[in-house]
Write a protein of this length. Structure first.
Length: 234
């Protein structure tokens, strides 16, 4: 991710959680860049704002909103009473009896206007526990115009109504090509198989994907990371 970013870039962190990616994004784009971080869980959004204030992260703006394919309010499902990395608008993989509460929902196309005013979006990281298709549908305009690379989590277990391949197909239709890493090797997503690469309890387990535009902005090809471990943003 950091190899793609330059000082002055505008970037988006969807599902910022505790700010692990936000931290490195704001460091990479510098004081002339901007990071738009979305986190719908109120306590986590408040925490991120306190961090931005305490450490003078003037290039970070935190939005307490969930992204989707439309605007309004929806129930955010959360396991237990504490903020959780598993919070989801889908909630299919959450334990029975998980609670929830209403949160504001909007599209990335609508929310990115202020960031785009400083230049095109140069990267989108997305970790939304099964709602990624809706996020990308709500960002169709920006993805078509700005052509940012995408780093996102996608798992079959999160949304039984859609497959991982459905998300790939949507992005392919927008002119993106995708990759994943398996045993340290970069592979095209046409080689991805859920029954082989996303087997619960088996390592390695692949749920992170990189998509880059087929044409347009010159984007450095992704290279294999030193290690493959936790899901994006967790």
């Amino acid at each position: 991710m950091r190899s793609w970013l330059r000082p002055g870039d505008a970037v988006v962190d969807v599902g910022a959680y505790k700010g692990g990616y936000t931290y490195w994004m704001r460091s990479s784009v510098g004081s002339t860049g901007s990071v738009l971080a979305f986190e719908p869980q109120p306590r986590l959004a408040s925490y991120l704002r306190r961090c931005a204030s305490a450490f003078s992260w003037s290039n970070v703006r935190v939005e307490e909103v969930a992204l989707s394919s439309g605007a309004g309010r929806r129930e955010l499902r959360v396991p237990g009473s504490e903020p959780s990395p598993a919070a989801s608008l889908v909630g299919a993989s959450l334990p029975a009896g998980s609670g929830g509460y209403l949160v504001a929902v909007d599209t990335l196309d609508r929310r990115v206007a202020d960031v785009a005013a400083t230049g095109p979006v140069r990267l989108v990281k997305c970790d939304v526990e099964g709602h990624e298709m809706d996020v990308f549908e709500g960002a169709r305009g920006m993805l078509t115009a700005d052509r940012p690379p995408l780093l996102f989590e996608c798992e079959a277990r999160h949304d039984p109504t859609r497959t991982v391949e459905d998300v790939f197909e949507f992005l392919h239709g927008l002119g993106y090509r995708g990759f994943f890493f398996w045993h340290g090797r970069k592979l095209g997503v046409e080689r991805f198989r859920t029954r082989e690469h996303q087997v619960q309890g088996r390592r390695p387990y692949c749920n992170n994907f990189i998509f880059v535009p087929e044409e347009g902005r010159d984007v450095r090809e992704p290279t294999a990371p030193d290690s493959v471990s936790a899901p994006a943003g967790r």
